[in-house]
Ligand binder design. Structure first.
Ligand code: SF4
Length: 459
């Protein structure tokens, strides 16, 4: 990140003491130490200099994902080159990062409006003092993933699916991460013996038909290393599909290069689940990455997390989900933010998610509406939550509410056999039941239905 003006930035690569066989690939691609002198300039002009430096990065360098990875912003001195920070804010950030580290790619940083303290990209990537002042709320491992680990790195909770956690390294450390507990354990990548143990377990359990490869972020591994693992999983006959969970298309889309896509296309069917949370993340680079994946035969789904002050309005979710469809990414899940220590300030009441879905339904294509789910504590699994559209139900009929709040009677079919259902020889034998609402449709106004698209939901 060369720049003529101060602050100067130098890069020092740290060779990893990795146990894996791909050291020649320098995996992950090194670490950065950025040297600045905070005395150089007052914070705001330093920040302007930082963004100027980003603009000066040559296009070929900007397209190099390893350059972004090596130049991640990981400490307060580096950050203050880009974002105006008071001395109090700097002190708070130093305190937070002692417990919960920071890592932001230059690409993702470039999406932040440095003058907006409430910027949705900033809230996802820059630590907040609330991570420790509210730090006693929640649990370290609310989903109890450790309990369900059958061999190190392999979680087997549902009969036909397993989760392979290959590494705890991510290009960006998202402030709402469910696996925040892993951040203190140092950077690790599963070694070849551990991978063999996972593959062996999958091979011996024939009910497993779906393997989810996740992390950390599995795409921090080099493409040859990833291919080595994927090819082993693919060689198991009873494995039908492989899913990859990654945030690279959002935080470092340059990683989705031709080499990676060509490799993935050899081991299909592979599905890729990514994690856009705000429409500001849908950039030309991100769109190009998703397009490259889709053209390589890899469907892309989105799993977003509902975050206070980031995407907790109907308007934001509509823009996000409609924007995703435009880049051929299907909105799949909207997760209630898990009860993880250090994330309380970003969590919303469950009602917020339900009201957002209610505000979207009917106002946009069903394809643009994700399923709102709560991942239950203690490994209870995912529960979808929906607005209630069925106001009453008997064996004969339901009273249903549509998105405008209008009520409708709906005759409830009783299966293929028409006997004993008011029918004889396929014809209705008894008079048609009298609909409680009569023939005219009544307009009622349930709370939250009307004008729900304009509701801003905050607790
Ligand atoms: S990419 Fe996923 S695993 Fe990595 S920090 Fe973000 S939320 Fe956590």
């Amino acid at each position: 990140m060369a720049t003529k003006s101060k602050p100067s930035i130098t890069i020092e690569k740290c060779a990893l003491g990795s146990q894996n066989r791909f050291e020649a690939e320098e995996e992950p691609p090194g670490e950065t130490v950025t040297m600045i002198n905070p005395e150089d300039k007052p914070p705001s002009s330093i920040a302007v200099s930082g963004y100027d430096a980003l603009k000066c990065v040559p296009t070929s360098t900007w397209k190099d994902w390893k350059w972004h990875f090596r130049n991640r912003i990981t400490n307060v001195d580096q950050l203050s080159q880009f974002i105006p920070l008071s001395f109090e804010e700097q002190a708070q950030l130093r305190l937070v990062t002692m417990r919960y580290p920071m890592s932001v790619t230059p690409y993702y940083l470039s999406l932040i409006n440095p003058d907006d303290p409430d910027d949705p990209i900033r809230k996802q990537s820059i630590p907040s003092i609330l991570e420790i002042t509210l730090g006693m709320m929640g649990c370290e491992d609310p989903l109890e993933e450790k309990r369900d680990s059958v061999v190190p790195g392999l979680v087997h909770r549902y009969p036909d699916r397993v989760l392979m956690v290959l590494t705890d390294i991510c290009p960006m450390l998202c402030r709402h991460c469910t696996r925040k507990r892993e951040w203190r354990n140092g950077n690790w990548v599963r070694n070849s013996d551990e991978i063999e143990a996972m593959v062996d377990y999958i091979r011996r359990h024939k009910a497993i038909r779906d393997v989810i490869i996740s992390g950390g972020d599995p795409l921090t591994l080099s493409t040859p290393h990833l291919e080595d693992i994927i090819s082993k999983v693919r060689s198991i006959q009873h494995v039908e599909i492989i899913r990859i969970g990654t945030r690279f298309p959002v935080v470092l889309p340059q990683r989705i290069d031709d080499e990676l896509c060509a490799m993935l296309s050899r081991y299909g069917p592979i599905w890729l689940n990514t994690h856009f949370n705000h429409y500001h993340e849908i950039t030309p680079e991100a769109a190009e990455a998703c397009d490259r994946l889709v053209r390589s035969g890899i469907p892309v789904n989105n799993q977003s997390v509902l975050l206070r002050g980031v995407n907790d309005t109907v308007e934001t979710q509509l823009k996000l989900c409609q924007g995703l469809l435009k880049i051929k990414v299907r909105p799949y899940y909207l997760f209630q933010c898990d009860e993880v220590q250090g994330t309380e300030h970003l969590r919303t009441p469950v009602e917020a998610g339900i009201k957002i879905i209610e505000g979207m339904r009917g106002h946009t294509s069903g394809l643009a509406i994700p399923t709102f789910v709560v991942d239950l504590p203690q490994g209870g699994g995912k529960v979808p939550l929906q607005p209630n559209y069925a106001l009453s139900q008997t064996k004969e009929e339901l009273i249903l509410r549509n998105y405008e709040g209008r009520l409708f009677n709906y005759r409830n079919p009783r299966g293929l056999s028409l006997r004993g259902n008011g029918y004889r020889n396929g014809r209705r034998a008894s008079p048609r039941p009298r609909w409680p609402l009569g023939d005219s449709r009544q307009l009622v106004l349930p709370v939250g239905a009307v004008d729900a698209d304009r509701v801003v939901v905050r607790s």
